[in-house]
Ligand binder design. Structure first.
Ligand SMILES: Nc1ncnc2c1ncn2[C@@H]1O[C@H](COP(=O)(O)OP(=O)(O)OP(=O)(O)O)[C@@H](O)[C@H]1O
Length: 418
């Protein structure tokens, strides 16, 4: 069923749904386009519409082969829409769901593309703030790149920022997707360009491993791991590539690479990765995360089931207990920033620990001593669980946050340079 969007566009068919709205295949004066029609509650928010119009220049000005360009913004009655270049292909999440892990050469080529898109955005003063596989589109009509990879384009620029109005989220709230959130965001600092680098390094790890380094379990526990845990090495990963991931996952934003540097360092490694098969990594030990998570604690609203082995949908667990996702791909959620004392002494030892294929599973006879040792650690993790549930409880009760501070006056960020 076709519908008119503004005077210039017609939407024909739904391409997909996200938390901010529905993406349609449309037609405009210059040919086919993708039209992202924002949710009605967003479209009827006057403040957001004002902001949407204000952001026109930044969104419309971003032109780069690795960025999905926004061609037009439409404000028409109840419709608020972004008109974008149509990418004929799929998103990286769908590809990852299908292949589970990518060969290092293809993973690195895709991430280098995204880093180049980010470099252009950061140079223009735009921080993405929601880098994740769902927001990377693969152009399947263009020529193939290294390792048979398709050109990758980053999409949804500025959307997180648009939704993050002072009224919706203040400096004391977090918006984003828990698995990819940089520690400084968890600590309540304004997001700068380096948060995109952290998120992109998380995506690279995920493409190689099949799971994110700090994901799994209750969102509160995920946030805490970003602040307190170190990333566990991936068996079989070339050292140079691992060093790059570790540097970009640094807790201190200043230690991370800039996007352009990351892109070129990744490209330099491509020749040595040619022909290398996907890493032979077994599923992480889910015992730690499920125990630390309380294994289905009543306070944790698991709207979507979390399947074993890190194959759950990113962000499918709402951060706010009782909140319902807008769609089965809901990812933009908000919660209160945990205080320093609530983060301190967190769930140490609950980060996912990848095992080389064939290594003994925890709990096996060979591994009993190690398991016993881990149980001691998990005693601490259970304490952390209480904090995690506490975090959910604040989120549930902090809807308006009357006393919240809006440190930069905008409720969001962000200068370009990290
Ligand atoms: N420019 C585009 N061209 C073609 N398809 C697109 C385009 N933008 C989005 N899509 C499709 O629409 C789907 C929904 O996109 P959308 O950006 O709304 O949600 P998302 O990024 O998956 O999730 P969220 O918005 O919750 O972060 C994508 O998965 C993709 O398949």
């Amino acid at each position: 069923m076709a519908r008119k969007i503004g005077s210039r566009y017609t939407a024909h068919q739904i391409l997909g749904r996200g938390s901010a709205g529905t993406v349609w295949l449309g037609e405009g004066p210059d040919g086919p386009v993708a039209v992202k029609l924002l949710r009605e509650d967003l479209a009827s928010d006057e403040e957001l519409v004002g902001r949407f119009v204000q952001e026109r220049t930044a969104l419309l000005g971003l032109e780069h082969p690795n960025v999905v360009s926004v061609r037009d913004l439409v404000v028409d009655g109840n419709d608020l829409a972004l008109v974008m270049d149509l990418v004929r292909g799929t998103d990286l999440r769908t590809r990852l769901d299908r292949d589970r892990r990518l060969a290092p050469e293809a993973a690195v080529a895709i991430v280098a593309d995204v880093a180049e898109g980010l470099a252009a955005a950061h140079a223009a003063g735009v921080v993405h703030r929601d880098v994740k596989p769902e927001n990377v589109l693969l152009d399947m009509q263009g020529p193939l790149g290294p390792g048979g990879s398709h050109r990758a384009l980053l999409t949804d620029f500025g959307v997180a920022k648009l939704i993050d109005t002072p009224k919706r989220t203040r400096a004391t709230k977090i918006i984003g997707t828990p698995d990819y959130l940089a520690p400084e965001i968890v600590e309540g600092l304004p997001p700068r360009a380096s948060v995109d680098i952290y998120a992109l390094a998380t995506v690279l790890y995920e493409l190689l491993a099949g799971f994110t380094p700090f994901g799994g379990g209750h969102p509160g526990a995920v946030l805490r791991r970003h602040v307190t845990e170190s990333v566990a090495p991936l068996p079989g990963i070339p050292d140079e590539l691992w060093q790059l991931i570790v540097q970009c996952l640094a807790k201190g934003p200043a230690s991370r690479l800039r996007a352009s540097e990351l892109a070129s360092r990744l490209r330099e490694q491509l020749p040595s990765l040619a022909g290398m098969p996907p890493l032979d990594v077994d599923e992480p030990d889910t015992e730690a995360e499920s125990e630390a998570d309380g294994g289905g604690e009543p306070g944790a609203d698991r709207t979507a089931p979390v399947s074993g082995g890190g194959r759950e949908r990113r962000g499918s667990v709402p951060l706010v207990p009782g909140a319902r996702p807008d769609s089965n791909r809901d990812t933009h959620t908000s919660m209160r920033v945990p205080a320093a004392d609530e983060l301190a002494g967190g769930a140490h030892g609950t980060a996912r620990v990848p095992r080389a294929a064939g290594a003994p599973r925890p709990g096996s006879a060979r591994n009993r001593t190690a398991t016993r040792r881990r149980r001691v650690t998990l005693g601490a993790a259970a304490v952390a669980l209480a904090a995690a549930v506490g975090i959910g409880a604040w989120a549930a009760t902090s809807g308006d946050d009357a006393g919240a501070k809006d440190t930069d006056g905008t409720g969001n960020s962000a200068p370009a340079a990290p």
